[in-house]
Design a protein around this ligand. Structure first.
Ligand code: ZN
Ligand code: ZN
Length: 325
């Protein structure tokens, strides 16, 4: 199965957390947290249309300036989603510069702040020297982005401050049945992308396709497309070690193909984890196991474990795989 989302952490697990997800076929990418992102290539920065910020501690937010600078001349707007104080933090960052020479620049930033059961939307446009515009309030029902191909869900957790966790979920996955293509003597071509698009958009069975100068109806081509479960990638970090948080996380990330989860402290430093409002590696492994995720990527480790024989990754994976040793 060709994946729709290609995902990778930008930095090592001892550095700032930031997850880069490319959406294949859309020349577009998402960023989950925006710590130090100087390793991203200019071409990758240009693809970012949506940034999902868990909270604005400096290790999760310092890369905003890098992205802003790279996108100033971009026509495509940038959307940023974050917890209750995201808009003030972005306004504060934008106020930190002088903007008298950007009125010709096209960049528009839309900020969606998730607060309780509301989404509060604001905008900042280069043409207005990034003055804040308040756009209004809508209801938050758990989903913050919905498109024909996928959706992004968010939950609100506690890290002494509000902190979001996210999951990106493909509606369903469409594979082309090559054997059926050959059997029916149909050629490979751009019509296959159009067919997938029509199925995703739930076009009527009468929708026509022209293939090698012959007309076909969508209905006649359905057996070419094999529909399977969509891809699911989840991202959870900086969360207090408490039962309520963990219950909400397990529900959100259930059945993920990949879960990126913080493992800041080892279980032997549980007391420290509680004081600093972080998960332990063991808790990350347990969450992944209970949520039946296929693949756990433990991340965001305290630098103090750099030279220790056992890393938080070892502990998280051991717990995830269910070994009691
Ligand atoms: Zn952090
Ligand atoms: Zn934090």
């Amino acid at each position: 199965m060709k994946p729709t989302f290609i995902h990778r952490l930008i930095n090592s697990s001892f550095e700032d957390p930031s997850l880069f997800i490319r959406i294949i076929r859309e020349r577009r990418a998402f960023l989950f947290d925006i710590g130090n992102i100087y390793r991203l290539k200019p071409g990758d920065l240009q693809k970012i249309t949506d940034v999902f910020v868990t909270h604005m501690h400096i290790d999760h937010f310092i890369g905003f300036d890098t992205l802003l600078r790279a996108l100033l001349r971009r026509e495509r707007p940038l959307r940023i989603y974050g917890p209750s104080n995201i808009t003030d933090c972005i306004e504060g960052k934008l106020r930190g510069y002088t903007w008298n020479l950007v009125k010709e620049y096209p960049l528009k930033i839309k900020v969606l702040c998730i607060k309780g059961d509301k989404i509060i939307t604001s905008s900042f446009h280069a043409e207005n020297c990034f003055e804040r515009i308040d756009n209004g309030v809508s209801d938050f029902n758990g989903t913050i982005l919905r498109e024909p191909l996928f959706g992004v869900k968010a939950i609100q957790l506690d890290h002494q401050v509000p902190c979001l966790a996210f999951c990106l979920e493909e509606e369903f996955h469409i594979n082309i049945n090559k054997a059926a293509l050959i059997e029916r003597g149909l050629p490979v071509g751009p019509w296959l992308s159009e067919l997938k698009k029509a199925i995703r958009e739930q076009k009527s069975g009468d929708t026509e396709f022209i293939i090698s100068n012959r007309r076909y109806k969508l209905e006649e081509l359905r057996d070419i497309a094999k529909i399977t479960r969509g891809q699911k990638v989840s991202y959870v970090t900086d969360v207090s070690l408490d039962d309520e948080n963990i219950k909400k996380i397990v529900e959100l990330v259930h059945d993920s193909d990949t879960l990126y989860c913080e493992a800041y402290f080892l279980e032997k430093d549980r007391g420290r984890a509680l004081e600093r409002f972080h998960l332990t590696a063991k808790a990350a492994g347990k969450i992944a196991r209970e949520a039946k995720v296929k693949n756990l990527i433990a991340m965001h480790f305290s630098p103090k474990y750099r030279r220790q024989p056992e890393t938080p990754e070892d502990e998280a994976i051991r717990e995830f795989k269910g070994s009691t040793s």
